[in-house]
Ligand binder design. Structure first.
Ligand SMILES: [Fe+2]
Ligand SMILES: [Fe+2]
Length: 233
C-alpha cells in the first residue's frame, strides 16, 4: 500500500525523497530555512494551509491519492487558485522560454534544410500560442468565475462543468516535438544540447500532466461543491 505524505512528517525529509516537491514549495511561496520542522509547522509559519499542501503534494506524486469529501469541500479556494496561477506564470515565464531558446538554436544550427527548420520552429510557435491562450483563458475567465461564485454572483449559462467539457489536453504536442527531435533530426552532426532539450521536454510534459490532473480532479470537484452550496444559500 502506498504510504502517503502526512503533515507530521519533516519537510526536509520529504523534499530529500521527492525533489518534485520543490516546485510545490516555490508555487506556494514557502521560504527555505525550514530546519527540522514538520510540514504542518512550516505551512503555518508561511501562512499556507497544511491541508492544501498535503493534498497538492500527494496528488502530484501519487495518481491513486484522492482527498476525502470533507477535505475537498474545505479546501481554501483562493490559495488553490493562486497555486494554479503561479504554475501558469512559471510555465509562461520560465519553462516555455527555456525550451524555445533551445528549439531555435538547435533547429537553426543543425544540418537541417532551412525549410524544415522553419516548419519545426513554426510548429513550436503555434503550440506556444495555444498554451498561452489556454492559461490566459483560465486566468481571466475561469478563476474569476470561481471567485465570483463565492461572492454569490450568478453567471447564466456558465458552470465549471462547461469548463471541464472544453478543457483541452495541453501536453500531447510535446510527444510530437520529442519524436521529431529523436527520430527525424539529422544525426551526422547532432547539436550538443539536443538531448538536454528532449530531457526538458519530458519534464515539461510531466508538469503539464500534473497541472491538468489537479485542475480536473481537485479544482473541478471542489468548484462543483461551491456551486451547489452557494447557489442554495
Ligand atoms: Fe491551468
Ligand atoms: Fe488547464
Amino acid at each position: 500500500m502506498t504510504s502517503y505524505i502526512t503533515s507530521d512528517k519533516k519537510l526536509s525529509t520529504i523534499v530529500e525523497e521527492n525533489y518534485k516537491i520543490l516546485r510545490v514549495l516555490k508555487r506556494l511561496g514557502i521560504k527555505p530555512g525550514f530546519g527540522n520542522k514538520s510540514i504542518k509547522d512550516v505551512c503555518i509559519s508561511n501562512i499556507v494551509s497544511p491541508e492544501l499542501f498535503i493534498i497538492l503534494v500527494n496528488m502530484s506524486l501519487f495518481r491513486d491519492f484522492f482527498p476525502d469529501v470533507e477535505s475537498l469541500k474545505a479546501l481554501p479556494t483562493e490559495q488553490l487558485i493562486n497555486y494554479l496561477k503561479k504554475t501558469h506564470s512559471e510555465f509562461i515565464l520560465n519553462d516555455i522560454p527555456k525550451v524555445e531558446i533551445l528549439i531555435k538554436e538547435i533547429a537553426l544550427k543543425s544540418d537541417f534544410q532551412n525549410s524544415h527548420s522553419t516548419i519545426f520552429i513554426n510548429f513550436f510557435e503555434e503550440y506556444k500560442s495555444e498554451l498561452i491562450s489556454h492559461f490566459e483563458y483560465e486566468d481571466s475567465i475561469v478563476f474569476p468565475y470561481i471567485s465570483g461564485v463565492i461572492d454569490g454572483k450568478i453567471y447564466p449559462g456558465y458552470s465549471i462543468e462547461k469548463f471541464e467539457e472544453n478543457h483541452t489536453n495541453i501536453e500531447s504536442k510535446i510527444s510530437d516535438l520529442k519524436n521529431i527531435l529523436l527520430k527525424y533530426f539529422p544525426s551526422q552532426n547532432p547539436h550538443p544540447a539536443l538531448y538536454d532539450l528532449v530531457e526538458d521536454l519530458y519534464i515539461l510534459q510531466s508538469e503539464f500532466e500534473s497541472h491538468a490532473y489537479l485542475e480536473d480532479n481537485l479544482l473541478v470537484p471542489h468548484v462543483e461543491f461551491l456551486e451547489k452550496s452557494y447557489r442554495t444559500l
